[in-house]
Design a protein around this ligand. Structure first.
Ligand code: DGY
Length: 309
């Protein structure tokens, strides 16, 4: 049992998630994580991966011993502070793989076949004047995945039927039937399409820089469903403007929800507003897994999906 009003809910939750929360919990809400912590002795925080929690929030509420974030990424949490103060954290891995992989494949195909422009072409009646541009096929391409965790591996399985050659990079080689590259530059060099599915952390920050984009080359495509921080956006803008790479499909940005304006007028991008997990089915599963973790914490049981910090 989770005691009434013992969980502080931080940040704005979409309606579908709030409905799930209200079915199972009675929470106190703090919309702005930088706002004044409400009075009360909260033992836990419930939040979302798009809400950056400052360490000051935890400092102001020493009663908090656990934070449950809805999302597989947990770069929104002040990990060092949590670790130093023995505060537990949970995330929601696994339940969002289907939705994230479906979006990644959709973006990949949309970018190569220029599906958004093709629709505009029909809707604007331009088709009656000339045929649509010839595009590029996925079959036969070499696809490199950066980050072969749960999502990366699910993506690879979904890509196999598309008749592509798969390769990957990550901190270590895995027992997988795909070629392994020990660094991102050599993977980019060997691939036509580079798909980012790695976590955001100090090792991956701005990992996709000018050198890696040069290695991907003028026929190469970049797909980012990971985090904006993994890409040096200034370098990517230059590469796209100068056609040093063929195109990019981006679901995530350094500055959300106000991405760098430079991306907005390019014709070799496909942009979506961080919707990898944004299906009603997935958001319900994520919310319930986060609450299951809260329940485990209150029942003094091991967390189901603890962030090993
Ligand atoms: C995650 O789970 O980290 C996603 O980015 C949230 O949509």
């Amino acid at each position: 049992m989770i005691p009434v009003n013992s969980v502080l809910q931080v940040g704005q939750f979409p309606e579908i998630m709030q409905l799930e929360i209200d079915k199972r919990l009675s929470t106190i809400k703090l919309l702005d994580p930088h706002g004044k912590a409400p009075d009360g002795s909260f033992a836990a925080i419930l939040t979302r991966s798009n809400t950056q929690l400052p360490k000051e929030l935890f400092e102001a509420m020493p009663s908090v011993r656990m934070v449950a974030t809805c999302g597989v990424g947990y770069d929104n949490l002040p990990l060092d502070y949590l670790k130093d103060n023995g505060i537990k954290a949970s995330n929601t891995p696994g339940v969002l793989n289907d939705a994230v992989c479906e979006l990644a494949i959709g973006m990949l195909l949309g970018l190569l076949r220029r599906i958004p422009e093709a629709q505009d072409f029909v809707k604007s009646t331009a088709w009656s004047k000339s045929p649509f541009t010839i595009t590029s096929t996925l079959a036969g391409k070499r696809v490199g995945i950066a980050g072969m965790g749960r999502i990366g591996q699910d993506l690879a399985k979904r890509l196999e039927p598309f008749k592509v050659k798969l390769a990957y990079t990550g901190p270590s080689r895995k027992e997988l039937p795909y070629e392994y590259f020990s660094n991102i530059k050599s993977l980019a060099q060997a691939c036509d399409i580079l798909l980012l599915a790695c976590p955001a952390n100090a090792e991956t920050e701005k990992m996709i820089n000018a050198e890696v984009l040069d290695a991907l080359g003028p026929k190469g495509y970049l797909i980012n469903i990971a985090r904006g921080s993994v890409v040096d956006e200034e370098a990517l803008l230059v590469a796209l403007q100068q056609k040093n790479i063929a195109g990019a499909a981006l679901d995530v940005f350094e500055n959300e929800p106000n991405p760098n304006f430079g991306f907005l007028n390019l014709d070799n991008v496909l942009l979506t507003p961080h919707i990898g997990s944004a299906t009603s089915e997935t958001r319900q599963l994520m919310t319930n897994l986060a609450i299951d973790n809260l329940e485990a914490f209150y029942n003094q049981k091991p967390l189901l999906t603890e962030v090993k910090n």
